[in-house]
Design a protein around this ligand. Structure first.
Ligand SMILES: [Zn+2]
Length: 435
């Protein structure tokens, strides 16, 4: 489990099971009644539909409860003075400041991981029950342990670094912290593919799917992306999931294409081409620098506002919590709580931005496969149906839920757009391609 504290932009093709916010049942039912299912471009057979709707409700409750529990746990740790006591304890254990800090943040990371474990276990159980995950419990626990290891190895030093910034610049720490956060985010995007093999096996895509690689190269040529064949990988996802995915990850020297083995060979290559072309769109349309810039602007505002709020919280509750100033270990935890709450509250903003660029990538993807597949509209609609069915996406998600928590437009709206998008009719051309 990663300790996510900074707003980021999700750049995958739309399969991920994300945490989602609460859902207004009545509004959902109304929305369902007003929609005519006969015109839906994304449909599920009755048995899958029932499952998808039930799963959607569980995901909403799980996402909302998880976030709320996370905040309550933060608050409890502070209110019971556990954080303050942890600070004193770490100081008694070692006089070396950096070691004491690593100990302090390490214990906190373990505590948060354990606190979230029951919900994680429930989530995995649901995923198994609904046939999305096929990962056995031991393997799942192994991944959880690896995740914790990475959080400790990377998260603890990063928290220590930011805490040091607060000590060093007690007034303008939010500005310096922001200046440190921006390059770290870029470094994270660069290093992400290097950490992926910790959890999954990768092999050259050409080894198992030479025909697919040959077709992908056609899209590479049409989009002008610089992705050589040796940067195309097959990820062995089938041991863990039935979900579909293909994506581009990394930046610069680590940039690569990844196709899950649950996708290659299981859905038609044409549909994989669309998913890949969508991902290429993110690169060609500079969504990664754009996303990083937007995240930098968002982080700037977030840090600035949170510095003020955290100061107020410490003044208001600090004496009861044994927290006397922001430039201290427990004071930094107050700052983390403030940042987490602010990230959650501003989720609709970052998600609206993300949905916008995801839609752009959809348009780009559909145009990019024009001339390569026989019927781009049909292929794209089929690809969305395959993605939706594999992840059991609700065909009629609640609108408020989409607004708050969806990093991608709903599968339904993506498929519906694709079904009607035909810029080549009457000799026209696309938005991004002249032919
Ligand atoms: Zn995307």
């Amino acid at each position: 489990m990663a300790l996510v504290l900074l707003p980021g932009v999700a750049l995958t093709a739309g399969g991920e099971v994300s945490s989602r916010a609460p859902m207004d049942q009545t509004a959902a039912q109304e929305a369902r009644q007003t929609q005519t299912t006969a015109q839906d471009a994304y449909t599920l057979p009755p048995d899958k539909l029932a499952k998808a709707e039930a799963l959607s409700r569980i995901r909403v409750v799980l996402g909302f409860a998880g976030t709320l529990w996370y905040f309550v746990f933060f608050w409890l740790l502070l209110a019971t003075r556990m954080v303050a006591r942890l600070g004193y304890w770490a100081q008694r254990v070692t006089a070396r400041r950096w070691l004491e800090g690593l100990l302090f943040f390490g214990v906190l990371i373990v505590a948060f991981t354990l606190a979230g474990l029951p919900l994680d276990v429930y989530g995995h159980n649901v995923s198994l029950e609904y046939g999305i995950s096929v990962q056995g419990w031991w393997s799942w626990l192994g991944d959880a342990a690896k995740g914790l290891g990475l959080s400790l190895a990377i998260g603890a030093p990063v928290l220590l670094l930011f805490n040091w910034v607060v000590f060093r610049w007690p007034r303008r720490y939010w500005l310096v912290g922001w200046a440190v956060a921006v390059p770290l985010t870029v470094l994270g995007a660069f290093a992400a593919p290097l950490l992926d093999p910790v959890f999954n096996k990768f092999e050259p895509l050409e080894k198992s799917n030479p025909a697919l690689v040959a077709q992908l190269e056609k899209v590479v040529a049409r989009t002008g992306t610089d992705i050589p064949v040796d940067r195309m990988y097959l990820m062995k996802a089938s041991a863990k999931t039935n979900g579909l995915n293909a994506y581009v990850t990394g930046v610069g020297a680590t940039k690569r294409v990844v196709v899950w083995d649950t996708t290659a060979g299981r859905i038609p290559n044409d549909e994989i081409l669309f998913i890949f072309a969508h991902e290429s769109g993110h690169y060609v349309l500079h969504h990664i620098p754009l996303g990083l810039t937007a995240s930098a602007v968002g982080t700037f505002l977030l840090f600035w506002v949170c510095a003020g709020v955290a100061r107020w919280v410490v003044r208001r509750w600090g004496p009861r919590w044994d927290v006397f100033a922001i430039p201290s270990r427990p004071g930094f935890v107050v700052l983390l709580l403030t940042l987490s709450v602010a990230s959650f509250v501003t989720e609709p903003v970052s998600n609206a931005f993300s949905r916008h660029i995801e839609h752009q990538a959809d348009v780009y993807g559909q145009e990019a496969i024009h001339g390569i597949v026989a019927d781009p509209q049909k292929t794209t609609v089929a690809a969305f149906n395959a993605l939706g069915a594999a992840w059991l996406e609700d065909p009629h998600p609640n609108r408020f839920l989409v607004f708050w928590a969806y990093s991608h437009p709903s599968i339904q709206s993506r498929a519906t757009f694709a079904a009607h998008y035909d810029p080549w009719a009457d000799g026209g051309h696309g938005e991004f391609f002249k032919q």
